[in-house]
Design a protein around this ligand. Structure first.
Ligand code: OKP
Ligand code: ZN
Length: 343
């Protein structure tokens, strides 16, 4: 399995994340990726391939033009306003306020486009998000050209990014772009399976009314876990997408037994849907020692996870999402790839 990866992810490394009322070093940090690269090498995977630039047309198909403009220009506008720090959202359109009128003021715009305040934007954020998107697209092209599977070592992650919202460490929705590319290449139906601990609200939102892309997510129940406001079991799609969304919210302490039953159910739904290609949003923050999550998977469980996903028998692009137990991120991520390869 080829890995696609861009060093440009380093351009995004905010100093601060708002966490528990304090500014801490972001959980989503560049060193996460070092551990994956080291483990890939140790386990005999081929050297990562630097991606060609991303196709803007695919991104334009998923994200709103005003949102993309915002991401590209936010840093310059923030500086022009005289702000000294990193960009952090502080004012949000809440209940019964105007949610369809982006402010002119940059502080207002930031709150308008943010879904949460933990994620800072810095000078290099756009470049890094664009490079992450490039890795995802390059992995799709490898699979479209005949590879059974490919791994996009994306950073920053993407599954919380909706058409016009950033947050949860995500800016551009890499997995959604891969699904869209499979459709453009002629697959009538595609599935995105999101096994990150957190609900993939962005991906769900992008495809919620579409009948051509099935979205399934296994995650911490919204009552207990970020992003809190989406990912309930009764969200099943709308319009042409009615029945093409499947959510598996699970309680604190969930281990691999019940988790893997949900996985099998999601995979059987994907089979029944008739998907011709699969995008795996792979977060390894389901690990028992993850610092911001509450599932109880062991490292060995990730091998079995990869094998079960492989047995779906579909051309598969694996996109890196979360995972914050820094030392274990490499082992757990590469275990999924090895489980997949050896199935
Ligand atoms: C991104 B991905 C700690 C809680 C932070 C945001 C979590 C984003 C997770 N301050 N909440 O899905 O792994
Ligand atoms: Zn996550």
């Amino acid at each position: 399995m080829k890995t696609f990866f861009s060093e440009d992810h380093r351009a995004h490394f905010p100093q601060a994340e708002l966490h528990g009322g304090q500014f801490v070093t972001p959980f989503e940090r560049p060193s996460r990726i070092e551990h994956v690269l080291t483990r890939l090498k140790e386990r005999g995977f081929a050297a990562p391939i630097a991606p060609d630039p991303a196709d803007r047309a695919v991104v334009d198909a998923l994200h709103a033009p005003d949102y993309l403009d915002f991401l590209e220009t936010a840093w310059a506008e923030w500086k022009a306003e005289g702000f000294e720090g990193e960009i952090i959202a502080a004012s949000f359109p809440a209940r019964r306020m105007q949610t369809a009128r982006p402010p002119r003021n940059i502080d207002g715009k930031v709150g308008y486009y943010a879904l949460a305040a933990e994620t800072a934007i810095t000078e290099g954020t756009w470049a890094a998000a664009w490079s992450s998107m490039a890795s995802a697209q390059a992995a799709q092209r490898a699979v479209a050209a005949g590879d059974r599977a490919a791994f996009a070592l994306c950073r920053p992650p993407g599954h919380h990014a909706a058409s016009d919202m950033y947050g949860g460490y995500c800016f551009l929705n890499n997995a959604a772009a891969v699904a869209e590319m499979f459709r453009r290449d002629g697959a009538a139906k595609v599935a995105v399976l999101d096994v990150d601990f957190h609900h993939g609200n962005g991906t769900q939102d992008i495809f919620y009314d579409r009948g051509d892309v099935f979205f399934a997510s296994l995650h911490g129940a919204p009552e207990d876990a970020f992003p809190y406001f989406l990912g309930f079991a009764d969200e099943t799609g709308t319009g042409a997408g009615d029945g093409a969304t499947a959510n598996y919210p699970m309680a604190p302490g969930t281990g691999y037994g019940p988790w893997s039953e949900a996985l099998d159910d999601a995979l059987s739904r994907i089979r029944a849907f008739g998907a011709e290609a699969l995008v795996l949003s792979l977060g390894v923050d389901t690990f028992k020692d993850d610092p911001i999550s509450f599932f109880k998977l062991d490292s060995g469980d990730f091998l079995d996870m990869g094998a079960r996903v492989a047995r779906a028998g579909l051309p598969t692009v694996i996109c890196m999402e979360g995972g914050y137990a820094i030392e274990a991120v490499g082992i757990n991520t590469v275990n999924v790839l090895e489980g997949f390869n050896n199935a």
